[in-house]
Design a protein around this ligand. Structure first.
Ligand SMILES: Cc1cc2nc3c(=O)[nH]c(=O)nc-3n(C[C@H](O)[C@H](O)[C@H](O)COP(=O)(O)OP(=O)(O)OC[C@H]3O[C@@H](n4cnc5c(N)ncnc54)[C@H](O)[C@@H]3O)c2cc1C
Length: 487
């Protein structure tokens, strides 16, 4: 009989397990269960076969300096940060067959739209972030409240922003041609996104102007790995290869049924933390969890994404004056990151390119190239097809006007059917978020995740959800290194 079973060893589960074991001690036992044989979930850093000093970030890759919870945790764990390069002025924006340099792009049209939707947006945002930098939280929060009040009063054709999709609100503010331009040049899928306009505007507000981005020097997976190492050192146990399929109530405890490579296994626990994405929660049998979570499950929309990395014999992009960061295109590649997204190295040998990173509807453009044999030098477990590599290579050669571009040495691909989630129109994170914490009234079953927060689909959102749970349901005091409750 465990005191607590934490299920899911992504950053959310590892964080909860670490905080609970260090606060309460191993006691009658806290165990962490994970369906795969790896810790980290959507934080997944794979060394590249032909250049092991390079890391392919298969999942999350960046944080910005305004994300206080995530950065405080990184500092507390003693992990090294490194600059993360975004679009540099000399990088390319390739649209309708024509390549421009990023420096030729018009100014920030998203802020222009935000200003039209909520007059005074830019000034309020500037003052909010200045107060944040000074550490004046009372002031920064009151400015956030002013923004949220004004946003909630905004009407587009008589409807509140909360009822519209983000592309619909942008269309109203900037017109359809601008939305098409932002879709084609922004890297992320926009035109057909079903994302709630109010929550997206909130995210733009809380991202500092000219945000500076960082990554973990040795890979983003270092974060869950470090949490997990501390959990283990404090006496916690971990069972990988355990997929939770059923959760039942028995007297004053719960019976968890796992499928494992050796057959079904059962574990009893007095309390359960489910640090799982919505799709996994939906599939659980036994207690009617999905029924209680239905309003929350219906409130968010999964966004698919996939990443295709190519290793080239040398960093050919340097001859075009490009060193690091991102270029965008309206072709199926959508976003490419020179050198991948790991910190810059001086190496002159094989070079990594995150060659394609489509998300949302853009992933469907790859359907014709998914079949057929794997590329002869595809990474085991992350096999890109030969057709996919050839297609990406052809698009790259065309985009960079390099018809004789030498072929890649190897390839590596990761598909995510639900890379992250966005809020659908008509749902308010402030109402739904707290209801997911303990979905079945009276039952000691708790949910932690990245999607029912004001920062959906992010490490910061996951930590906010976990902190909220630990504070409210487990009555844990905030640790010393903590920066206070995120909003
Ligand atoms: C391509 C991509 C890019 C991203 N970019 C960024 C970024 O730049 N910055 C950022 O902040 N965020 C980014 N994110 C989002 C970020 O990765 C996630 O928000 C975060 O990692 C979620 O952590 P989690 O612990 O909630 O979930 P997960 O990491 O999904 O962990 C859940 C764990 O539960 C396990 N599991 C599932 N079902 C079961 C079951 N039935 N039984 C047992 N175990 C189970 C899974 O295997 C997994 O290990 C990105 C995500 C992706 C995929």
């Amino acid at each position: 009989m465990l005191d607590l079973a934490v299920v899911g060893a992504g950053v959310g589960g590892c964080y909860c397990a670490y905080r609970l074991v260090t606060d309460t001690g191993p006691g009658d036992g806290i165990a962490l269960f994970e369906q795969t044989d790896r810790i980290g979930g959507r934080l997944w850093s794979e060394p590249v076969r032909d250049a092991p000093h390079l890391i392919a970030e298969l999942g999350a890759m960046r944080l910005h300096r305004g994300l206080r919870s995530a950065l405080a945790l990184v500092r507390h764990l003693g992990l090294d940060l490194a600059p993360f390069e975004f679009g540099r002025p000399e990088n390319l924006v390739h649209r309708r067959g024509v390549a421009m340099r990023c420096r030729e792009l018009p100014g920030d049209r998203i802020v222009e739209a935000a200003e039209r939707l909520v007059p005074g947006f830019a000034e309020l945002r500037r003052r909010h972030h200045e107060a944040e930098e000074r550490g004046d939280r009372r002031r920064s929060e009151s400015l956030l409240d002013v923004f949220r009040d004004q946003r909630d009063q905004t009407r587009v054709s008589g409807r509140p922003l909360d009822e519209l999709t983000w592309p619909h609100a942008l269309d109203f503010a900037l017109g359809p041609a601008a939305v098409a331009f932002l879709h084609d040049t922004g890297g992320y899928d926009l035109r057909r996104s079903g994302e709630n306009a109010a929550t997206q505007l909130d995210l733009v507000f809380r991202t500092p102007p000219d945000a500076e981005y960082v990554t973990l020097r040795h890979g983003m997976q270092g974060l869950p790995d470090a949490l997990h190492a501390r959990f283990t050192a404090a006496g916690g146990t971990t069972r990988t290869g355990h997929r939770l399929v059923r959760l039942d109530k028995e007297a004053d405890h719960y019976r968890l049924t796992f499928t494992t490579p050796g057959g079904d296994r059962h574990t009893l626990a007095r309390a359960v933390v489910l640090a799982l994405p919505p799709e996994a929660l939906r599939r659980l049998d036994g207690l009617p969890l999905a029924r209680h979570l239905r309003p929350a499950l219906d409130a968010v929309e999964p966004v698919p994404a996939f990443k295709l990395f190519l290793v080239y014999p040398r960093p050919w992009w340097r001859e075009l004056g490009i060193t690091r960061g991102r270029s965008t295109t309206d072709t199926a590649l959508r976003q490419l990151w020179y050198g991948g997204t790991c910190p810059a190295t001086e190496s002159t040998g094989p070079a990594l390119l995150l060659a394609a990173y489509p998300s949302g509807h853009s992933v469907h453009a790859w359907a014709p190239w998914r079949g057929g044999p794997p590329h002869p030098a595809a990474e085991a477990g992350h096999a890109a097809t030969a057709a996919m590599v050839e297609h990406a290579h052809t698009l790259l050669a065309r985009m960079h006007d390099l018809p004789d571009l030498e072929r890649p040495l190897s390839a590596c691909r990761q598909d995510w059917t639900a890379a992250w989630h966005v809020w659908r129109p008509g749902h308010d994170p402030r109402v739904i978020g707290p209801r997911t914490r303990q979905p079945i009234p009276g039952e000691a079953i708790h949910v932690v995740g990245d999607c029912w927060t004001p920062d959906p689909g992010s490490i910061e959102g996951t930590l906010a959800s976990a902190d909220d749970l630990l504070r409210v349901s487990f009555e844990l005091p905030d640790p010393q290194w903590h920066t206070g409750p995120p909003r």
